[in-house]
Every structure is written in C-alpha cells, then in structure tokens.
Design a protein around this ligand. Structure first.
Ligand code: GRF
Length: 197
C-alpha cells in the first residue's frame, strides 16, 4: 500500500501531473495518484489520468457556476477518495477558505517563478514568463510551497533557479522552468510523504 493518496488539481496539459504519475509508477515516490480534478473541461491532463486508469472529473463553471457549490463539490470529491495530500499542479482557480481549513497543511502548489518574484494575482502561465522576458532577467525558476489563503504566499518548500540566455523567448523560458518544476515537485512530495516537512 502506498504511503500517501494524492489528489491532483489541474487546469491544462498536465505535464506536472504526468511527472507525478511516472514517479509513482517507477517507485521514486511512495504514493498513488488517486484522483485528478480539472476546472477546465477539455484539459489534456484529464486524458492522461484516464490513460493511467486514475479516477478523474471536471468540476468547473459549467457544471457548478456558483463558487461555493463548486468548492463543496471539490471538497466532496477529495474526501470521497480519502485524499491525504492535495497537489495543485497548474490549477488556475483560487481554492476556498473551507478547503484550506479542511486540509490545512496538506495542500501544495507549484509556481513557475522564483517567489516572491513574479507571483500573486495575474502571474500565472505564460504571463509569468513574458514578464520575466520583458525585464531581461538572467534567472528564473520554480517554487513549490504550501497553500494558504493568499495567492502564492504559503510557506516555501523547495525553490530552484535556472539560468536564462538573452535570446530565450518566453516559450524557451517556459520549457526551462518546466524541466525544473517536474523535478522539484517530486522532491517536495517525497519530503511530505517521508515526514520531512
Ligand atoms: C506550470 O508551469 C505550473 O507551474 C503553472 O502552470 C503550468 C502547468 O503546466 N502553474 P502543466 O499543466 O503541468 O503542463
């Protein structure tokens, strides 16, 4: 029996989700992805979950237009699946205070920048990498942190920088940062599973 049942929240392609699935399948992570929830109906990450026989569902504005109902549906899906750890892997929705209260320090998020730089409201996805490019930064990186009621304000778990070249486009920056994300997300989950954090 794996030590930890993970619920992964996504909104998009799910490459971070894939890296968690691969790590569990390859024995690099003593955990199981039990549930994948997307707030975007056509997120490719849902197909990845399906392919690996992982329970998955869409909980978004189309089936739950009201924020509170949507949050309750998410909370129910997580508790029905007895989730031990929630991983927000590219999940583009604020989680409700109720969910944070219910799961406390059992929610982590991956962010594609060196927090406290390029984080908070409006800094998500390509917006982050475009801003990094516009400011001619020499470094960017990724951060895994606990989730609290703020946006990207929870306690940091791991952060790693990546060196940029002047000619890197926002897409190049994204690729470099994603590579780091895939590695440090697994490191952070391992720390959690092994009781080191
Ligand atoms: C990642 O860069 C993540 O940090 C950000 O959104 C992106 C999601 O990528 N919040 P993917 O869906 O895991 O491929």
């Amino acid at each position: 029996m794996p030590k930890c049942k993970i619920g992964v929240l996504i909104s998009g392609g799910g490459t971070n989700l894939q890296s968690i699935i691969d790590a569990t399948n390859q024995g690099r992570l003593d955990a199981k992805v039990e549930l994948v929830v997307s707030n975007k109906k056509n997120a490719y990450g849902l197909q990845r979950a399906e392919k690996h026989g992982i329970s998955n569902c869409y909980i978004g504005k189309m089936n739950y237009p009201d924020f509170d109902n949507r949050s309750d549906a998410l909370l129910k899906a997580l508790s029905d699946n007895e989730i031990d750890l929630i991983v927000m892997a590219g999940y583009l929705e604020i989680v409700s205070p109720k969910l944070i209260e219910a799961y406390g320090d059992k929610i982590i998020n991956i962010h594609p920048s060196l927090i406290p730089n390029y984080c908070g409201k409006g800094f998500y996805g390509m917006h982050v990498h475009e801003a990094v490019k516009n400011n001619n930064e020499k470094f960017s990186g990724a951060t895994v942190h606990f989730v609290d009621e703020g946006v990207d304000t929870g306690q940091m778990i791991i952060q790693e920088a990546v060196r940029l070249c002047p000619e890197d486009s926002p897409e190049d920056i994204q690729k470099k940062v994603l590579k780091v994300e895939h590695r440090i997300l697994i490191e952070a989950i391992n720390k959690y599973v092994n009781g080191e954090i």
